[in-house]
Design a protein around this ligand. Structure first.
Ligand code: ATP
Length: 284
């Protein structure tokens, strides 16, 4: 038997770091949603007790370092599953981009194997398992739009933002999330975005307010380390995006655009800058 799952990319409409915790993690407040740019995960039952991974993307690990592999092993161990699985990752989401590609693959693997092996694990439990794999995995299990607190695992679903186009551009650099958090001085953040104000804009369905209130404190680190990310933001605004923000720890920058007529101009303008450019809709 075979199952398929879609693993969409996430963007942060707001990302704030409140403090560094004693356990080394950062206490965050994030508003996250998903976009229609997705990896496709195929899972096929194997009679022998083994996990095999393949992908068309040559630049990701295909062993126990792969988050989909880790998700499969976790579910096998926890539920004492004796069958094996062959997992094929058709990667569309750029890697180490701030789009939670690996986390979404892990979440899709948990959902898919739950179906493949008929385990009947409730969503809340899949999210708890996901938290053992990474901070963004619990959100990716359910998707939608949510506010996340704690280290990202305390989730509260919220209503979807107003539908719009999202132009994503990833400059040709790879950014390590751990490195960015490591360089952030949590007690010296210049400007904290407001979750309340972003929530209000969403509640009022005010696209203009949402665009004005986007904010991500990790820009303070990544934009200084990689000036091309700052230039990319400026370029997207100049080309006419209504609101622009770096996603996660970067380097992907996304622009929210309400009018379809503007999308082609922004897309084509950015293609001169970087190879990885996508124009997609929100997954609402
Ligand atoms: P986040 O925003 O959650 O930090 P990201 O989008 O910045 O995620 P990923 O694409 O998840 O980053 O990749 C981060 C690292 O994880 C890469 O170094 C990659 O080698 C490794 N990795 C492990 N499994 C996967 C996977 N299934 N897909 C992509 N990368 C993976």
């Amino acid at each position: 038997m075979k199952v398929f799952e879609k693993a969409p990319a996430k963007i942060n409409l707001m990302l704030d770091v409140l403090r560094k915790r004693e356990d080394g993690y950062h206490e965050v407040e994030m508003i996250m949603t998903m976009v229609d740019l997705a990896d496709r995960i195929e899972m096929q039952e194997l009679p022998r007790d083994t996990i095999m991974i393949s992908s068309q993307a040559g630049y990701i690990p295909l062993d126990e370092k792969n988050l989909a592999f880790q998700a499969a092993r976790l579910i096998k161990d926890r539920y004492d599953v004796k069958q094996g699985v062959y997992i094929h990752l058709d990667k569309k989401i750029p890697v180490a981009a701030g789009l939670a590609g690996g986390s979404s693959d892990a979440a899709a693997t948990l959902r898919g194997l739950n179906r493949l092996w008929g385990l009947g694990i409730p969503m809340a439990e899949l999210q708890r398992l996901g938290a053992e794999l990474g901070s963004d995995v619990p959100f990716c299990v359910t998707g939608g739009t949510a506010i996340a607190r704690g280290r990202g695992e305390k989730l509260e679903p919220i209503e979807a933002p107003p539908q719009c186009w999202v132009v994503l551009a990833k400059p040709p650099i790879n950014v390590s999330t751990a490195d960015v958090y490591g360089k952030l001085r949590a007690n010296a953040i210049q400007h904290h975005p407001s979750a309340e104000l972003v929530l209000e804009a969403i509640r009022l369905k005010r696209f203009d307010l949402l665009c004005d209130r986007l904010g991500n404190v990790l820009e303070e680190v990544t934009l200084d380390l990689y000036p091309e990310v700052r230039r990319l933001k400026e370029c997207m605004l100049r080309l006419g995006a209504d609101g622009v923000l770096m996603s996660g720890s970067g380097p992907t920058v996304f622009g929210l655009v309400s009018k379809e007529a503007k999308v082609a101009r922004i897309y084509n303008g950015l293609r001169g800058f970087c190879k990885d450019v996508f124009a997609v809709r929100l997954l609402t």
